[in-house]
Design a protein around this ligand. Structure first.
Ligand SMILES: [Zn+2]
Length: 306
């Protein structure tokens, strides 16, 4: 859950070029003609999206199955005056996603979304690698935003799937929007060492201290939906076992220091990068656990055989 800079280009900037050379025939009821008629509509909807996103009001948008073509558009009577969600989904798949090596404008727009991530980390889980593009508002329910850059986000495959299966547009269930919702000032993640369990095991949860109840509920929903407790806890257990040799060496070199220099050094490095990363919280938890510092630390060498 981290903030990303929104795309600097809008749908109107690649829209015309997107349609060049595409098939426009009776089989698809002259889709290109119909798409050409909704360029201004898509741009207006995009501006509306940005305004609502900035005011945390995206939950007020209404789901829709079709896009109506403006009445002043000149189309033959035989041509449908709507564009369905299925058609917009195809426009996204065929015109934007296209092929990875395509040099068409749509693929360029798609690649720019993929590249807009901090060290290639998925902005929903802040851990896994970006592999795909996610629609914050699903294209099947909001076809007006199927190809709108500000609705498209770099995402890992797991978050993309979990999110798809559990879509919810209630105000207190909306996922943190990586282009609009800055939660960097919130101390939102909590971690603790589970006492008397070997190997050293951690548990993660969302902090109770978040004052804004809607924000707290949204973060909690995202945490559960994406199974972040398990993702972070598994990684922390693995990370700890990789660090244990250094930890034991530090402890043995000066037992009265309780390896605090080592723990604090790591804590500060991770805190500097992200105060709410699972790594930051893992080192904080070690330091704050009286069972770990008093009982486990002096026995680490025997359990981990280092
Ligand atoms: Zn993810």
């Amino acid at each position: 859950m981290y903030l990303l800079k929104p795309p600097e280009y809008g749908v109107e900037e690649f829209f015309d070029e997107l349609l060049v050379g595409r098939h426009n025939n009776s089989k698809n009821q002259f889709l290109i003609n119909r798409l050409s008629s909704i360029k201004s509509f898509l741009k207006d909807e995009q501006e509306n999206y940005k305004e609502l996103g900035g005011n945390k009001l995206l939950h007020t948008l209404k789901e829709h199955d079709t896009i109506s073509i403006p009445t002043d558009a000149k189309l033959d009577d035989s041509i449908s005056r709507t564009i369905s969600a299925k058609e917009m989904e195809k426009v996204y798949s065929n015109f934007l996603v296209d092929e990875p090596d395509s040099i068409k404008i749509g693929r360029t727009a798609y690649d720019l979304i993929l590249l807009n991530a901090y060290f290639n980390l998925c902005p929903y889980c802040s851990h896994r690698e970006v592999k795909t593009v996610d629609h914050y508002l699903p294209k099947s329910k909001f076809p007006s935003f199927a190809i709108t850059p500000v609705n498209l986000l770099p995402c890992c495959s797991d978050c993309n799937k979990d999110k798809l299966d559990n879509y919810n547009l209630k105000e207190d269930k909306m996922l943190i929007h990586p282009y609009f919702d800055d939660i960097s000032d919130q101390d939102w993640l909590k971690c603790k060492v589970i006492d008397n369990i070997w190997p050293i095991t951690f548990s993660y949860e969302v902090s109770d201290a978040i004052v804004d109840s809607v924000l707290k509920s949204r973060i909690n929903n995202q945490f559960k939906l994406l199974n972040l407790n398990k993702l972070y806890a598994d990684n922390a257990t693995r990370e700890f076992s990789k660090r244990v040799k250094s930890l034991v060496r530090e402890y043995n070199s000066n037992p009265s220091n309780n390896a605090l220099d080592f723990i604090n050094d790591n804590l500060q490095s991770y805190q500097f990068e992200n105060p709410n990363s699972w790594q930051t919280k893992m080192f904080e938890a070690l330091k704050n656990s009286s069972w770990f510092m008093g009982t486990a630390l002096p026995q680490l060498h025997s359990f981990y055989r280092v």
